[in-house]
Structure formats: C-alpha cells, structure tokens
Design a binder for this molecule. Structure first.
Ligand code: ZN
Ligand code: ZN
Length: 379
C-alpha cells in the first residue's frame, strides 16, 4: 500500500499577496493517509527525529498507542485530563528525558495536552487522531482547563499551542471510530458558515483584521463536506470519512495561518460551549456546534444583509446536510431543554466579550431567542 500525502503548501499564500497583516506561518507539512506502520517509517523525511514520547489515554492506548510505542521504541505518557496541571507535569518529564518529538495518539484531550507540551518545550509534534471528531487536530490553540480548589474544571479560553508538523490518518482506525464522533466532525466543519460571517461582521463594524486566505481555507473545508452530503455514499463510508479528515485539516490551517480560532469559532461555538457546560448528559462537541450553527445561521439570515446568498449555504440546506450526517436538528431529539438553549443564546456571548459576533451586536432577549429557535426549526 502506498501513502497518500495531502499537502497544504499550494493552498497557503504568501502573506504579502494576502495583505491581511497576519504572518501565514503554519508548520504542518502534510497529512498522511496510509497504514500506520508505513507512515511512521517516513518521519525522517519530515525531519521528525527521536527520542520520541507518545501520549495517549487508556482507550487510545489500546486502539493504537501500544503499537506506536512498540514500532518507535518510544517513551509512553498517559494523559489523565485536559488540564494545565497534567500538561505541566508531562512537560517536566519530557524535558528531563530530553525528547525531540512528542506524538499524540487520540482525540481532543490527548491532542490538546500534547500540543501544549510541544509549544512550551519547543518540540516537534505529530498527531495521530483516532477519531475525526473535531477540527482541533491541526489548530494552533489548546483547550485546557484549570482545576479549582474544590476540584472543578474551570475554562478561561484556549492556551497557545503548537500545530502538528505531521498528521497521520490510518483509515482503518479512523473509520472504525464511533459513529457519533464521525457525525461530530461534520458538525464542527458546518460551523464555518456562521464563524466566517461573524468575523466579517467584526471586520465591517469594528475594522477587525480579516484574512481572505483563511476564509478560502474554511470554505474549502466546508465545500468538501457538502459534497459528501450530496453524493450517494453513506456519511461514514471510507471515502466520505477521508474527505472529512481533509476538511478538518483545512479548517485547522485556516486557524493556523492567523494564529487564532477566529476563522473557525464564532457565535455558534459560544452557544455550543454553553450547551456543553450546562447540559449534564454528554453531547459530542460537533453536535453541540451544529445546533449552535442552525440557531445562529437563522439569526444571521434574519438580521444580517451580508449573510450568504448561495442556496448551498442556507439554513434549509444545512438541515438537509445534518440529516445525511446523522445529526438531529430538533432540540428534543437531543433532550436539550428549551430554557437552556434560550440561555445559551442570551448569555453565552458574555463569556467572550472581546470576540465580536452577531450576538454581541444585537444582544437578543429571551423572546427574540425563542423566535430564532422557531425560525431555525430547532423547536
Ligand atoms: Zn469546534
Ligand atoms: Zn491573510
């Protein structure tokens, strides 16, 4: 079997050409699609050198971590929580061992801790995702939590982190991920419809810096998954999941070249985080994001003359895609209380006052929030 190499170089323009003022610096050299053993053999081509440290959790150790450890003869680290405490204790050990490269095998938490360690320790970083569940794989920020005195996790925004130099997708691992995690990946990409329009709102109302190249990357991600929704293959077929993986990389690159989550996270992510924190039953990130995207898309359609004119990008079309990707588009199907969703729309923007979105502009009251929910079809 051969390795398929997905390269971003031709999609990232020189900063002078874009003129946005961001540096367009992004270290990811390639995303490899192939059998893991074979992909690990080419690390040297990308100047990724030992000694290696491999990070995983107890579940991803069984899925692939154990194999990576054996193949590379590496040192293993078990990530126990996405916290600064855990990341800092790992950083200390990594420094003592003088490692050259850290490798994350897993999903959100493992990747977040590893890329923070890579950033703080100035190390090479390789990501081996075990599920295509969110676009944080190749992003320049890590979602880490502080631990309060009572032991609760406190979130104060993302931490600086290093995007990977290389991402390895072994499709036999990725496509056997739980279906709801695959659905989640699609939901996280759909959000670009809202996040880009929120960013444009900040550009037009406040003169915030805007990068056209990041917009192109985000839309390339979006169009890649819209194609999967339109063809006949199932959302979890090998081809569709491979397209999803490419979309996750493109979205990560959109964030990477401007060094922030701005291109990929607007009001829909604020609403989603409110649901994730407030909703006791676990809800996959991208599913919460899809719900936030429907609501905020309907709000933009109502209030923002600059909302998309393309049929493919309308709220009605979004609902069709969600059906294909097996993501519910009614609150009751997910047991999300209407009151919690209303609260998410009226309150969530206060957690990030500096990131201007349509919520910051109009500050909807409860009545308006209900109207948004009706328009979006969520209730
Ligand atoms: Zn997200
Ligand atoms: Zn730019």
């Amino acid at each position: 079997m051969t390795i398929e190499r997905f390269l971003l170089a031709r999609l990232i323009k020189p900063p002078e050409e874009c003129g946005c003022g961001f540096k367009h610096e992004y270290p990811l050299k390639a995303a490899l699609f192939g059998r893991m053993e074979e992909c690990l053999e080419v690390l040297d081509e990308y100047e990724i050198r030992p000694p290696y440290g491999v990070f995983y959790d107890p579940i991803t150790y069984e899925i692939a971590g154990m194999d990576v450890l054996k193949i590379l003869g590496a040192k293993g680290f078990v990530v126990s929580s996405p916290t600064y405490d855990d990341a800092q204790s790992k950083l200390k050990k990594v420094k003592e061992l003088n490692l050259g490269t850290v490798i994350a095998v897993g999903g959100g938490s493992v990747i977040d801790v590893t890329r923070y360690v890579a950033y703080e320790g100035n190390l090479n970083f390789v990501a081996i995702p075990t599920a295509p569940s969110n676009d944080g794989i190749a992003s320049p920020r890590a979602a880490l939590y502080h631990v309060s005195q009572t032991g609760e996790l406190v979130y104060t925004g993302t931490a600086p982190a290093k995007p990977p130099t290389l991402v390895i997708f072994d499709m036999s691992i990725i496509s056997s991920a739980p279906k709801k995690l695959i659905s989640s990946g699609y939901g996280d990409i759909l959000s670009k419809l809202v996040s880009i329009k929120d960013w444009q709102l900040a550009r037009d109302d406040l003169g915030e810096r805007y990068c056209k190249n990041a917009e192109e990357l985000a839309l390339a991600a979006l169009n890649t998954i819209i194609e999967t929704a339109k063809d006949r293959k199932e959302f979890d077929s090998l081809n569709s999941v491979k397209s999803l993986c490419k979309a996750l990389i493109l979205s990560g690159a959109a964030m990477g070249i401007v060094g922030s989550t701005r291109p990929a996270g607007g009001s829909e992510h604020m609403v989603a985080r409110h649901l994730e924190i407030g909703f006791k039953r676990k809800i996959p990130h991208g599913v919460a994001v899809a719900i936030g995207t429907l609501a905020m898309g309907a709000f933009h359609e109502l209030k923002n003359p600059n909302w998309w004119k393309e049929d493919d990008y309308s709220v009605e079309s979004m609902k069709k895609y969600l059906e294909k990707w097996k993501i519910p588009s009614k609150l009751e199907q997910l047991n999300i209380p209407v009151d919690l969703m209303v609260e998410a729309i009226t309150e969530s923007w206060k957690s990030r006052p500096e990131r201007y979105t349509i919520l910051h502009k109009f500050k909807p009251c409860s009545e308006e929030a209900k109207e948004i929910l009706e328009r979006s079809g969520l209730i």
